[in-house]
Design a protein around this ligand. Structure first.
Ligand code: GRF
Length: 199
């Protein structure tokens, strides 16, 4: 059984969708550790309620950014993590961790990258920008993480229509429903070999 390490900062709905997919067998994996930079995040509460191991790693626990990176890498390795999943993680992943998990760190982004990605494009800002640009469709992207924001190889995308009366909030909700399905589906495809990760 492959082991997943999830990095979260906020409410954790994608994390929860992955945990549910593991529980129902849609995803043949288990979450071995949830790590958050935010000790008050809802995601940590959800994980603890489900008896999943958690860790708080941040500039409070590790003021030196290099030590923080090393602690992140060691926590993932100690918990035998195979794949690292960013699920609303608001910090950059450090070089040590990226090197140790090269090509095995994934992120989910609420747009069709490369459109509406990069620095500052997170949360509701993404959906505001899509509506301002009068896009007719947006979507969800699952991609590998490298040292650039939203810059790594795209593994999966799914389109979502933008409706004429959409607000950023209504659009975010429609996109989020797809996020909850696509993340687990993509990880399962990696596990069963129908998506091959680049070397
Ligand atoms: C999602 O929209 C995801 O695409 C983005 O951050 C948000 C996290 O939401 N990376 P949640 O914490 O999973 O509810």
């Amino acid at each position: 059984m492959k082991k997943l390490g999830i990095l979260v900062s906020g409410r954790g709905s994608n994390m929860l969708a992955i945990m549910d997919a593991c529980k129902t067998g849609k995803l043949s994996a288990e979450v071995s550790i949830v790590i958050s930079n935010n000790r008050d995040s809802n995601a940590l509460t959800i994980a603890r309620d489900r008896n999943i191991k958690t860790a708080h790693l941040s500039s409070i626990t590790h003021p030196d950014v290099q030590f923080l990176d090393i602690a992140m890498k060691e926590t993932l390795i100690d918990n035998e993590v195979d794949f690292v999943l960013l699920a609303g993680f608001m910090k950059k992943v450090g070089r040590e961790t990226l090197n140790a998990y090269k090509g095995r760190v994934l992120n989910i982004h609420p747009s069709l990258l490369p459109r509406f990605g990069g620095q500052g494009m997170f949360g509701i800002h993404v959906h505001e920008a899509v509506i301002t640009a009068a896009e007719k469709e947006t979507g969800v992207t699952i991609h590998l993480v490298d040292s650039e924001y939203d810059g790594g190889t795209i593994l999966a995308q799914r389109k979502v229509p933008v409706k004429i009366n959409d607000t950023p909030e209504s659009l975010a909700a429609r996109v989020l429903e797809v996020e909850h399905v696509l993340y687990a589906e993509t990880i399962q495809k990696i596990i069963d070999g129908s998506i091959i990760l680049p070397d």
